[in-house]
Ligand binder design. Structure first.
Ligand code: ADP
Length: 243
């Protein structure tokens, strides 16, 4: 249901993504692993066009976009069908948790306020923040702020949620609460692509694991294949460093 074909991206002379192919089935959780600088974040950002790929095709459901010559309508549609959860949460500081979640629905989706409020309360309850609706980001812990970030993505009801190292900015004691929220929504069958260094989480939640290095997909497979029987030396080396 999501297919990337030959996605390439350079920054100046540096080829950050070299003809990446990736398939994600509906309801699947795909985890992308790889050393820092391997192109993981850039790949995620290309999927919703926060970064413009130089070439390649992106297919999400019925939408097929040639990234070299996309129409404005296609870019808009790609963004409508994806939602991103950022490393640094990216919440509006002068808006409450509820207002942060409502914003995407009222402004981007043009939804009436009442309906947006109802949906936003539901998703904030789902991430365990039903009692923090009127709190501003500064009044929330990092873990709570990231859960608002997740609620904001969920509210949009996208085809796929893209997680860019969602726990890497958190103090260690706050990582667990965020991972357990992600686990919970994964069980509900929401399609996700997750860039993370949390190996236990990846082992546990991923249906499919992709190992990237140097702008290439070096190896991919089930968590068992990648963690227990990696075929490529680069994968083995990475896993021995990180686990
Ligand atoms: P990862 O997520 O695997 O750490 P990134 O996708 O963030 O890797 O980065 C891949 C490479 O692209 C890095 O060398 C990084 O410095 C470079 N890069 C990323 N974004 C930009 C940008 N906006 N301008 C120039 N170089 C960039």
């Amino acid at each position: 249901m999501i297919q990337l074909e030959q996605i390439s991206k350079s920054f100046g002379k540096q080829e950050v993504l070299q003809s990446i192919d990736l398939q994600v089935k509906k309801g699947e959780v795909v985890v992308i692993l790889g050393p820092s600088g391997s192109g993981k974040t850039t790949l995620l950002r290309c999927i919703n066009y926060l970064e413009k790929p130089d070439a390649g095709q992106i297919t999400i459901g019925d939408l097929k976009v040639d990234t070299k010559h996309p129409t404005k309508k296609e870019i808009h549609a790609l963004r409508q069908q994806t939602a991103m959860v950022f490393q640094q949460y990216n919440l509006f500081k002068h808006k409450t948790a509820l207002e942060n979640v409502m914003e995407g629905l009222t402004i981007v989706r043009k939804m009436p306020k009442d309906k947006a409020r109802t949906i936003s309360i539901q998703v904030l309850e789902k991430v365990g923040l039903g009692n923090k609706l009127d709190h501003y980001p500064v009044q929330l812990s990092g873990g709570q702020q990231q859960r608002v970030g997740i609620a904001r993505a969920l509210a949009l009801n996208p085809e796929v949620i893209l997680f860019d190292e969602p726990t890497s900015a958190l103090d260690p004691e706050l990582v667990g609460e965020v991972l357990s929220v992600i686990r919970k929504i994964a069980k509900e069958g929401i399609t996700m692509i997750v860039v993370t260094h949390e190996m236990d989480f990846a082992r546990d939640v991923a249906n499919h694991v992709v190992f990237m290095d140097g702008g290439l997909v070096v190896e991919e497979g089930t968590p068992e294949e990648i963690f227990q029987r990696p075929k490529e030396e680069r994968t083995r080396q990475f896993l021995s460093r990180i686990t």
